[in-house]
Design a protein around this ligand. Structure first.
Ligand SMILES: *Cc1c(COP(=O)(O)O)cnc(C)c1O
Length: 500
């Protein structure tokens, strides 16, 4: 019998209770967290408890106060940003890992799945066999890790070690406006600076123009700068556009520059035969990232980086010999899970302690197979195309950007309104507050679009139909109840005109 106050034993009955609360939540019949703000704020906003309440009372608080006031994100109608609620397989595997394999260290079945699941993803997404991976917390860190490898490679070619000595040369990273701004942040963290990111012109769909890239590379050739990487998108965050990977890969090879593909959202799109060809050239990438916590439906906190040489990662991110890690493992044949640390993932990125993410990704794929994921991706891509077709056919809707993957960019038009951005902003806010259909917005070529991104496992055809109906009904409602706003009004001025 433990003397510690924390409960660490029998988990079965607690899980039964938690499961009931979560199932209630998963019916999505609760109101929004902000509708009951005072209610939970009073219950939760307590000073440090001197005496704990114990596990039974705690689980009641989790079930009664926390869970029903959670996020809208898992709601099937929520198509905001690129984010989704986890499916059960990932939730269960996360729980199993947090109890049975709390570290990514040692020769356990969990750690075996770290490598296996990375290989499964590489296989499903058609990455070449020599590409090996490492998990991290998400696309932000996955991009950072990939660019760390790129930086290492670029500097080693000059006989330098940037991980050891720092960066004392001006660097260049080439990408488009549409790239995720975690690329800029990664450049900052890696000591190259945000200004090292050079924007290459793109076409009206937001795809990099290879000619513009070539021009810039020629211009920079003798400038004394270090070309560290070309970053292409396989699915941009705003519209899901895919850069011409093949042409960019050829230029990268010709100019001897690292070719990185950000597929945080869009990499699984390769499973859809209708867009498969747009991924030609992916096999030439030096690094690729994907976020299992997007289309695969993993609980948030899982990104993956694949590189053509994990040795580069090790040289870029090693902690070097550390006294506190030395001597703890056997030099001889491993016969116990604690005889070896296993694959040194802790030297391939920026985390030492890390959860078992491999088991989660393994569970997601094991449950539904490649075929199940393919069906999800195809369904969501078809839904985005359907939304665009419906918008095309409706007199009060317009397509702002044709979908490539599962993102549709549309907007409501009303000839009485000069400022359609503002009209669509009002429509969007009203939809969010109603809570049936919760897309986000994006500015595409200067136009504010209503932007559903279909990625959630719970999100199906009904949500595509509801989205269109909701945009039309809300647009009509606002058209009938709100005075149109003149175009020249400033945002603050505009608010004064609103009288719903
Ligand atoms: C979402 C996204 C990221 C950032 O990923 P996080 O997991 O949110 O850190 C990076 N790149 C692209 C293309 C994305 O869509």
């Amino acid at each position: 019998m433990s003397t510690d106050k924390a409960d660490c034993g029998n988990i079965t009955s607690l899980l039964q209770k938690l499961g009931e609360y979560l199932d209630q939540y998963q019916r999505f019949e609760h109101g929004d967290a902000m509708q009951r703000y005072e209610n939970w704020l009073c219950t939760l906003g307590q000073p440090v408890p001197q005496q704990g309440v114990g596990i039974e009372k705690l689980i009641e608080e989790i079930g009664m106060t926390l869970i029903p006031n959670g996020s809208q994100i898992p709601n099937p109608g929520c198509t905001s940003f690129i984010t989704t609620g986890a499916t059960n397989a990932g939730v269960l595997a996360t729980l199993a890992g947090s109890v049975a394999s709390p570290q990514r260290l040692g020769l356990t079945a969990f750690n075996y799945l770290e490598e296996l699941s990375l290989q499964w993803m590489a296989d499903m997404f058609e990455l070449p066999e020599h590409m090996k991976g490492v998990y991290s917390s998400g696309g932000s860190v996955a991009n950072l890790v990939a660019l760390g490898a790129a930086r290492q490679w670029a500097f080693e070619k000059l006989g330098k070690d940037p991980a050891r000595d720092g960066v004392n040369l001006s660097c260049r990273i080439y990408t488009t406006d549409a790239c995720h701004h975690t690329v800029h942040r990664a450049a900052a963290v890696l000591g190259m600076g945000r200004n090292s990111v050079v924007t290459i012109a793109s076409d009206e769909k937001g795809r990099m123009l290879p000619n513009a890239l070539m021009k810039q590379l020629n211009k920079d050739k003798d400038s004394g700068t270090v070309p560290v990487a070309i970053v292409a998108n396989a699915g941009t965050t705003s519209t899901g556009a895919i850069d011409p990977l093949n042409l960019i890969a050829k230029l990268a090879k010709e100019y001897g520059i690292w070719f990185h593909v950000d597929g945080a959202y869009g990499l699984p799109g390769i499973l859809d035969p209708q867009v498969h060809d747009q991924y030609d050239g992916l096999e030439l990438a030096d690094s690729v990232i994907v976020d299992p916590h997007k289309w695969l439906g993993a609980p948030v906190g899982i990104g993956a980086t694949f590189v053509r040489d994990r040795g580069l990662l090790q040289r870029a991110f090693t902690q070097q010999i550390s006294d506190y890690l030395e001597g703890s493992f056997a030099n001889s044949k491993a016969e116990n899970s604690m005889d070896s640390g296993g694959i040194p993932y802790y030297d391939f990125g920026v985390e030492l302690s890390a959860p078992s993410r491999g088991a989660v990704v393994w569970a997601l794929i094991r449950e539904i197979g490649r075929e199940g994921l393919k069906q999800r991706v195809v369904r969501h891509n078809d839904m985005a195309r359907y939304v665009a077709e419906q918008a095309e056919a409706h007199p009060n809707l317009e397509v702002v950007q044709e979908p490539t993957l599962s993102i549709a960019c549309i907007r409501y038009v009303n000839e009485d309104w000069l400022d359609l951005d503002y009209l669509n902003q009002l429509i969007h806010r009203e939809m969010v507050h109603k809570g049936l259909s919760i897309p986000s917005t994006a500015v595409i070529n200067g136009k504010l679009a209503i932007r559903p991104c279909f990625v959630g496992a719970r999100t199906s055809w009904q949500q595509a139909e509801e989205l269109i109906e909701e945009v039309i009904a809300t647009g009509e409602h606002i058209g009938a109840n709100v005075c149109p706003v003149p175009q020249y009004c400033l945002i603050e001025e505009k608010r004064k005109y609103v009288a719903v």
